[in-house]
Write a protein that binds this ligand. Structure first.
Ligand SMILES: Cc1ncc(COP(=O)(O)O)c(C=O)c1O
Length: 386
Protein backbone atom coordinates (compact mmCIF):
# COMPACT_ATOMS: atom_id res chain seq x y z
CA UNK A 1 0.00 0.00 0.00
CA UNK A 2 1.14 3.55 -0.67
CA UNK A 3 1.51 5.85 2.31
CA UNK A 4 -1.66 7.89 1.57
CA UNK A 5 -3.63 4.63 1.65
CA UNK A 6 -1.88 3.42 4.80
CA UNK A 7 -2.85 6.69 6.53
CA UNK A 8 -6.47 5.63 6.11
CA UNK A 9 -6.32 1.83 6.21
CA UNK A 10 -3.14 1.16 8.21
CA UNK A 11 -2.92 -0.30 11.69
CA UNK A 12 -6.30 -1.43 13.00
CA UNK A 13 -8.58 0.73 10.86
CA UNK A 14 -11.88 -0.95 11.73
CA UNK A 15 -13.47 -2.23 14.90
CA UNK A 16 -12.83 -5.99 14.85
CA UNK A 17 -15.98 -6.58 16.92
CA UNK A 18 -18.58 -4.66 14.88
CA UNK A 19 -16.89 -3.70 11.61
CA UNK A 20 -17.38 0.01 12.43
CA UNK A 21 -15.12 1.85 9.96
CA UNK A 22 -14.08 4.27 12.68
CA UNK A 23 -12.50 2.43 15.61
CA UNK A 24 -14.76 3.17 18.62
CA UNK A 25 -13.62 5.11 21.66
CA UNK A 26 -13.25 2.37 24.25
CA UNK A 27 -13.89 4.57 27.26
CA UNK A 28 -12.98 2.02 29.89
CA UNK A 29 -10.28 1.65 32.51
CA UNK A 30 -10.53 -2.12 32.98
CA UNK A 31 -11.73 -5.37 31.37
CA UNK A 32 -13.63 -8.39 32.71
CA UNK A 33 -11.47 -11.45 33.33
CA UNK A 34 -13.21 -14.80 32.92
CA UNK A 35 -10.82 -16.60 35.25
CA UNK A 36 -8.50 -15.40 38.00
CA UNK A 37 -5.08 -14.55 36.59
CA UNK A 38 -6.15 -15.14 32.98
CA UNK A 39 -6.78 -11.73 31.46
CA UNK A 40 -7.80 -11.40 27.81
CA UNK A 41 -5.95 -9.19 25.32
CA UNK A 42 -6.68 -6.18 27.51
CA UNK A 43 -6.31 -6.03 31.26
CA UNK A 44 -6.12 -2.40 32.38
CA UNK A 45 -6.13 0.71 30.19
CA UNK A 46 -2.73 2.04 31.29
CA UNK A 47 -1.21 -1.16 29.92
CA UNK A 48 -3.43 -1.30 26.85
CA UNK A 49 -6.64 0.07 25.40
CA UNK A 50 -8.14 -0.95 22.01
CA UNK A 51 -8.51 2.64 20.74
CA UNK A 52 -4.95 3.48 21.75
CA UNK A 53 -3.71 0.20 20.28
CA UNK A 54 -5.24 1.07 16.90
CA UNK A 55 -3.29 4.35 16.91
CA UNK A 56 -0.10 2.63 18.12
CA UNK A 57 -0.28 0.04 15.34
CA UNK A 58 -0.92 2.82 12.84
CA UNK A 59 2.16 4.87 13.75
CA UNK A 60 4.30 1.72 13.75
CA UNK A 61 3.07 0.86 10.26
CA UNK A 62 3.53 4.40 8.93
CA UNK A 63 7.11 4.66 10.21
CA UNK A 64 8.13 1.03 9.59
CA UNK A 65 8.39 0.19 13.29
CA UNK A 66 7.64 -3.08 15.06
CA UNK A 67 5.52 -1.46 17.75
CA UNK A 68 4.10 1.99 18.46
CA UNK A 69 3.46 3.80 21.73
CA UNK A 70 1.05 6.66 22.39
CA UNK A 71 1.61 9.14 25.19
CA UNK A 72 -0.19 12.08 26.74
CA UNK A 73 2.20 14.53 25.03
CA UNK A 74 5.24 14.63 22.78
CA UNK A 75 7.37 15.33 25.83
CA UNK A 76 6.01 12.25 27.59
CA UNK A 77 7.12 10.18 24.55
CA UNK A 78 10.56 11.83 24.73
CA UNK A 79 10.68 11.20 28.50
CA UNK A 80 9.92 7.48 28.07
CA UNK A 81 12.63 7.25 25.39
CA UNK A 82 15.26 9.05 27.45
CA UNK A 83 14.41 6.70 30.33
CA UNK A 84 16.24 4.00 28.35
CA UNK A 85 19.51 5.52 29.57
CA UNK A 86 21.29 5.10 32.90
CA UNK A 87 23.19 7.50 35.20
CA UNK A 88 26.64 7.96 33.69
CA UNK A 89 25.42 7.65 30.09
CA UNK A 90 26.15 10.45 27.66
CA UNK A 91 24.04 11.61 24.70
CA UNK A 92 24.82 13.78 21.71
CA UNK A 93 22.03 16.25 21.05
CA UNK A 94 21.39 18.33 17.93
CA UNK A 95 21.86 21.99 18.86
CA UNK A 96 18.57 23.07 17.32
CA UNK A 97 15.98 20.88 19.03
CA UNK A 98 12.66 21.85 20.56
CA UNK A 99 13.26 23.92 23.73
CA UNK A 100 11.24 21.49 25.87
CA UNK A 101 13.55 18.62 24.88
CA UNK A 102 16.51 20.66 26.04
CA UNK A 103 14.68 21.54 29.30
CA UNK A 104 13.87 17.86 29.95
CA UNK A 105 17.50 16.82 29.51
CA UNK A 106 18.99 19.75 31.38
CA UNK A 107 16.60 19.91 34.34
CA UNK A 108 15.20 16.39 34.68
CA UNK A 109 17.72 13.88 33.30
CA UNK A 110 20.97 15.73 34.01
CA UNK A 111 20.29 15.86 37.78
CA UNK A 112 19.68 12.09 37.54
CA UNK A 113 23.16 11.55 36.11
CA UNK A 114 22.72 11.72 32.34
CA UNK A 115 25.07 14.06 30.49
CA UNK A 116 24.85 15.43 26.99
CA UNK A 117 26.73 17.56 24.48
CA UNK A 118 24.95 19.82 22.00
CA UNK A 119 26.48 19.90 18.53
CA UNK A 120 25.65 21.02 15.04
CA UNK A 121 24.82 17.49 13.97
CA UNK A 122 25.24 18.36 10.28
CA UNK A 123 28.99 18.30 10.96
CA UNK A 124 30.56 14.86 11.39
CA UNK A 125 33.66 16.46 12.94
CA UNK A 126 31.51 17.94 15.74
CA UNK A 127 29.93 14.54 16.36
CA UNK A 128 33.37 12.90 16.48
CA UNK A 129 34.58 15.54 18.97
CA UNK A 130 31.54 15.01 21.20
CA UNK A 131 31.89 11.22 21.32
CA UNK A 132 32.98 9.76 24.68
CA UNK A 133 33.34 6.20 26.01
CA UNK A 134 29.97 6.71 27.69
CA UNK A 135 28.06 8.00 24.67
CA UNK A 136 24.99 5.85 24.07
CA UNK A 137 22.77 7.78 21.70
CA UNK A 138 22.36 10.55 19.20
CA UNK A 139 19.19 12.66 19.40
CA UNK A 140 18.23 14.64 16.30
CA UNK A 141 15.52 16.67 14.62
CA UNK A 142 15.47 17.12 10.85
CA UNK A 143 14.12 19.53 9.73
CA UNK A 144 15.04 21.08 13.05
CA UNK A 145 13.00 23.43 15.17
CA UNK A 146 13.06 26.37 14.45
CA UNK A 147 15.88 26.83 11.92
CA UNK A 148 14.91 24.02 9.53
CA UNK A 149 18.43 22.66 9.55
CA UNK A 150 18.62 19.48 7.51
CA UNK A 151 20.69 16.57 8.73
CA UNK A 152 21.75 13.80 6.38
CA UNK A 153 20.01 11.11 8.40
CA UNK A 154 21.37 8.16 6.41
CA UNK A 155 24.95 9.35 6.77
CA UNK A 156 24.69 10.32 10.43
CA UNK A 157 22.78 7.17 11.45
CA UNK A 158 25.45 5.05 9.73
CA UNK A 159 28.13 6.90 11.71
CA UNK A 160 26.13 6.31 14.91
CA UNK A 161 25.80 2.61 14.13
CA UNK A 162 29.58 2.36 13.67
CA UNK A 163 29.94 3.71 17.22
CA UNK A 164 27.13 1.52 18.60
CA UNK A 165 24.91 4.51 19.36
CA UNK A 166 21.11 4.50 19.25
CA UNK A 167 19.83 7.11 16.79
CA UNK A 168 16.67 8.86 17.95
CA UNK A 169 14.90 11.16 15.50
CA UNK A 170 12.09 13.54 16.37
CA UNK A 171 10.13 13.45 13.09
CA UNK A 172 7.47 15.97 14.14
CA UNK A 173 8.26 18.57 11.45
CA UNK A 174 8.42 16.14 8.52
CA UNK A 175 5.85 13.49 9.57
CA UNK A 176 6.02 9.98 8.09
CA UNK A 177 4.30 11.33 4.99
CA UNK A 178 7.45 13.26 4.03
CA UNK A 179 10.23 11.31 5.71
CA UNK A 180 10.75 7.90 7.33
CA UNK A 181 13.85 7.99 9.55
CA UNK A 182 13.80 4.27 10.41
CA UNK A 183 14.28 3.44 6.73
CA UNK A 184 17.25 5.83 6.74
CA UNK A 185 18.92 4.00 9.63
CA UNK A 186 17.42 5.55 12.78
CA UNK A 187 16.39 3.27 15.68
CA UNK A 188 13.64 5.26 17.37
CA UNK A 189 11.25 7.84 15.91
CA UNK A 190 9.36 10.31 18.07
CA UNK A 191 6.46 12.64 17.35
CA UNK A 192 4.58 15.38 18.97
CA UNK A 193 1.20 14.17 17.70
CA UNK A 194 -0.08 17.57 18.79
CA UNK A 195 1.27 18.99 15.53
CA UNK A 196 0.79 17.76 11.93
CA UNK A 197 -0.44 14.28 12.84
CA UNK A 198 -3.37 15.66 14.83
CA UNK A 199 -3.46 18.58 12.43
CA UNK A 200 -6.27 20.65 13.93
CA UNK A 201 -4.75 22.18 17.08
CA UNK A 202 -7.29 20.35 19.22
CA UNK A 203 -5.23 17.78 21.15
CA UNK A 204 -1.90 17.17 22.87
CA UNK A 205 -0.29 13.78 22.22
CA UNK A 206 3.02 12.02 21.68
CA UNK A 207 4.08 8.93 19.75
CA UNK A 208 7.15 6.72 19.69
CA UNK A 209 8.05 3.80 17.49
CA UNK A 210 11.11 1.64 16.83
CA UNK A 211 12.13 -1.16 14.50
CA UNK A 212 14.10 -2.97 17.25
CA UNK A 213 12.20 -5.48 19.39
CA UNK A 214 14.44 -4.98 22.43
CA UNK A 215 13.97 -1.19 22.35
CA UNK A 216 10.22 -1.66 21.88
CA UNK A 217 10.08 -3.84 24.95
CA UNK A 218 11.88 -1.24 27.05
CA UNK A 219 9.82 1.71 25.80
CA UNK A 220 6.68 -0.34 26.50
CA UNK A 221 7.95 -1.02 30.01
CA UNK A 222 8.46 2.71 30.68
CA UNK A 223 5.13 3.60 29.09
CA UNK A 224 3.33 1.28 31.48
CA UNK A 225 5.54 1.90 34.52
CA UNK A 226 5.58 5.69 34.33
CA UNK A 227 2.06 5.80 32.94
CA UNK A 228 1.98 8.87 30.71
CA UNK A 229 -0.42 7.21 28.27
CA UNK A 230 -2.81 8.84 25.83
CA UNK A 231 -6.50 8.48 26.72
CA UNK A 232 -8.97 6.79 24.36
CA UNK A 233 -10.72 10.00 23.25
CA UNK A 234 -7.50 11.69 22.17
CA UNK A 235 -6.25 8.42 20.64
CA UNK A 236 -9.35 8.39 18.45
CA UNK A 237 -9.01 12.08 17.57
CA UNK A 238 -5.36 11.66 16.62
CA UNK A 239 -6.20 8.69 14.39
CA UNK A 240 -8.87 10.74 12.71
CA UNK A 241 -6.35 13.51 12.08
CA UNK A 242 -3.82 11.11 10.59
CA UNK A 243 -6.32 9.95 7.94
CA UNK A 244 -6.04 13.35 6.19
CA UNK A 245 -2.30 13.88 6.79
CA UNK A 246 -1.44 13.37 3.12
CA UNK A 247 -3.78 15.99 1.68
CA UNK A 248 -2.97 18.41 4.47
CA UNK A 249 0.81 18.08 4.05
CA UNK A 250 0.50 18.68 0.30
CA UNK A 251 -1.54 21.83 0.96
CA UNK A 252 0.79 23.01 3.76
CA UNK A 253 3.91 22.69 1.67
CA UNK A 254 2.37 24.28 -1.41
CA UNK A 255 1.47 27.37 0.64
CA UNK A 256 4.81 27.29 2.51
CA UNK A 257 6.79 27.29 -0.73
CA UNK A 258 4.86 30.31 -2.02
CA UNK A 259 5.28 32.18 1.28
CA UNK A 260 9.02 31.35 1.46
CA UNK A 261 9.56 32.77 -2.04
CA UNK A 262 7.46 35.85 -1.22
CA UNK A 263 9.49 36.46 1.98
CA UNK A 264 12.81 35.89 0.20
CA UNK A 265 11.97 38.72 -2.20
CA UNK A 266 10.66 41.07 0.48
CA UNK A 267 12.53 44.30 1.23
CA UNK A 268 11.83 44.05 4.98
CA UNK A 269 13.08 40.47 5.36
CA UNK A 270 16.77 39.83 6.07
CA UNK A 271 16.81 36.03 5.84
CA UNK A 272 14.46 33.13 5.09
CA UNK A 273 14.91 29.53 6.23
CA UNK A 274 13.03 27.01 4.08
CA UNK A 275 14.62 23.87 2.64
CA UNK A 276 13.22 24.30 -0.89
CA UNK A 277 15.13 27.58 -1.37
CA UNK A 278 18.22 27.02 -3.50
CA UNK A 279 20.39 28.93 -0.99
CA UNK A 280 19.29 26.70 1.93
CA UNK A 281 22.38 24.71 2.95
CA UNK A 282 20.32 21.53 3.36
CA UNK A 283 18.40 21.83 0.09
CA UNK A 284 19.96 18.86 -1.68
CA UNK A 285 19.84 16.54 1.32
CA UNK A 286 16.20 17.47 1.96
CA UNK A 287 15.38 16.80 -1.71
CA UNK A 288 17.04 13.38 -1.35
CA UNK A 289 15.57 12.22 1.98
CA UNK A 290 12.17 13.95 2.05
CA UNK A 291 9.13 13.72 -0.21
CA UNK A 292 8.61 17.47 0.04
CA UNK A 293 9.92 20.42 2.03
CA UNK A 294 7.19 20.70 4.65
CA UNK A 295 5.05 23.49 6.00
CA UNK A 296 7.42 25.34 8.33
CA UNK A 297 9.18 28.59 7.38
CA UNK A 298 11.42 30.76 9.57
CA UNK A 299 12.60 34.26 8.80
CA UNK A 300 14.32 37.32 10.21
CA UNK A 301 13.17 40.90 9.73
CA UNK A 302 15.67 43.50 8.57
CA UNK A 303 14.56 45.56 11.54
CA UNK A 304 14.81 43.15 14.50
CA UNK A 305 13.26 45.65 16.92
CA UNK A 306 9.94 45.43 15.04
CA UNK A 307 9.41 41.70 15.50
CA UNK A 308 6.73 41.91 18.21
CA UNK A 309 4.91 44.72 16.42
CA UNK A 310 4.93 42.68 13.20
CA UNK A 311 3.55 39.43 14.62
CA UNK A 312 0.97 41.26 16.71
CA UNK A 313 -0.34 43.09 13.61
CA UNK A 314 -1.32 39.87 11.82
CA UNK A 315 -5.04 39.17 11.57
CA UNK A 316 -5.47 35.85 9.73
CA UNK A 317 -2.23 34.30 10.96
CA UNK A 318 -2.53 33.58 14.67
CA UNK A 319 0.15 34.51 17.20
CA UNK A 320 0.49 31.26 19.14
CA UNK A 321 2.91 28.52 20.12
CA UNK A 322 2.62 25.12 18.44
CA UNK A 323 2.52 24.27 14.75
CA UNK A 324 1.12 21.86 12.21
CA UNK A 325 -2.55 22.82 12.49
CA UNK A 326 -4.72 23.73 9.50
CA UNK A 327 -4.55 27.35 10.64
CA UNK A 328 -1.36 29.40 10.19
CA UNK A 329 0.45 30.02 13.47
CA UNK A 330 3.32 32.44 14.04
CA UNK A 331 5.67 32.85 16.99
CA UNK A 332 8.98 34.31 18.15
CA UNK A 333 11.09 31.30 19.32
CA UNK A 334 13.49 33.28 21.55
CA UNK A 335 10.58 34.59 23.63
CA UNK A 336 8.14 31.72 23.23
CA UNK A 337 8.92 28.07 22.28
CA UNK A 338 12.69 28.23 22.85
CA UNK A 339 12.83 30.59 25.85
CA UNK A 340 13.94 27.67 28.06
CA UNK A 341 17.25 27.51 26.16
CA UNK A 342 19.72 30.06 27.60
CA UNK A 343 20.35 33.02 25.27
CA UNK A 344 24.03 32.20 24.66
CA UNK A 345 23.18 28.59 23.69
CA UNK A 346 20.34 29.82 21.46
CA UNK A 347 22.55 32.33 19.71
CA UNK A 348 25.38 29.82 19.30
CA UNK A 349 22.98 27.60 17.35
CA UNK A 350 21.75 30.54 15.24
CA UNK A 351 18.41 31.31 16.93
CA UNK A 352 18.47 35.09 17.03
CA UNK A 353 16.09 37.16 19.16
CA UNK A 354 14.51 38.46 15.96
CA UNK A 355 13.78 35.08 14.41
CA UNK A 356 10.13 34.42 13.52
CA UNK A 357 8.74 30.91 13.00
CA UNK A 358 5.70 30.49 10.79
CA UNK A 359 3.67 27.29 10.60
CA UNK A 360 1.98 27.84 7.25
CA UNK A 361 -1.62 26.65 7.33
CA UNK A 362 -3.89 25.58 4.52
CA UNK A 363 -5.90 28.81 4.21
CA UNK A 364 -6.20 30.55 0.83
CA UNK A 365 -2.70 31.68 -0.11
CA UNK A 366 -3.88 35.17 -1.17
CA UNK A 367 -5.32 35.80 2.29
CA UNK A 368 -2.05 34.71 3.91
CA UNK A 369 0.07 36.92 1.65
CA UNK A 370 -2.25 39.90 2.12
CA UNK A 371 -2.09 39.45 5.87
CA UNK A 372 1.72 39.39 5.88
CA UNK A 373 1.82 42.38 3.53
CA UNK A 374 -0.41 44.54 5.76
CA UNK A 375 1.78 43.68 8.77
CA UNK A 376 4.94 44.52 6.81
CA UNK A 377 3.44 47.89 5.82
CA UNK A 378 3.03 48.70 9.51
CA UNK A 379 6.72 48.06 10.32
CA UNK A 380 8.28 49.24 7.05
CA UNK A 381 11.19 51.62 7.45
CA UNK A 382 12.66 53.13 4.26
CA UNK A 383 16.10 53.43 5.85
CA UNK A 384 16.50 49.80 6.89
CA UNK A 385 14.64 48.11 3.99
CA UNK A 386 16.86 46.11 1.61
C1 LIG B 1 9.71 19.14 17.36
C2 LIG B 1 8.93 18.99 18.63
N1 LIG B 1 9.09 17.89 19.36
C3 LIG B 1 8.42 17.70 20.52
C4 LIG B 1 7.55 18.66 21.00
C5 LIG B 1 6.84 18.42 22.31
O1 LIG B 1 5.54 17.99 22.04
P1 LIG B 1 4.29 18.25 23.01
O2 LIG B 1 4.08 19.72 23.04
O3 LIG B 1 3.21 17.48 22.36
O4 LIG B 1 4.68 17.73 24.35
C6 LIG B 1 7.35 19.82 20.27
C7 LIG B 1 6.43 20.86 20.77
O5 LIG B 1 6.37 21.96 20.29
C8 LIG B 1 8.06 20.00 19.05
O6 LIG B 1 7.93 21.11 18.31
Amino acid sequence: MHLSTKLIHGGISEDPLTGAVSVPIYQTSTYRQKKVGQPGDFEYSRSGNPTRLALEELIAELEGGVKGFAFGSGLAAIHATLSLFQPGDHLILGDDVYGGTFRLLEHVFKPLGLSYTMVDSRELSQLEDALTDHTKALYLESPSNPLLKIIDLEKIAAWAKEHKLITIVDNTFATPYLQQPLALGADIVLHSGTKYLGGHSDLVAGLATTNKEELAEKIGFYQNSVGGVLGPQDSWLLQRGIKTLGVRMEAHQKNAETIANYLADHADVAKVYYPSLADHPGHEIAAKQMRGFGGMVAFELVNESKVSEFVEALKVITLAESLGGVESLIEVPAIMTHASIPKEKREASGIKDGLIRLSVGIEDITDLKNDLEQAFTGVHDEETAK
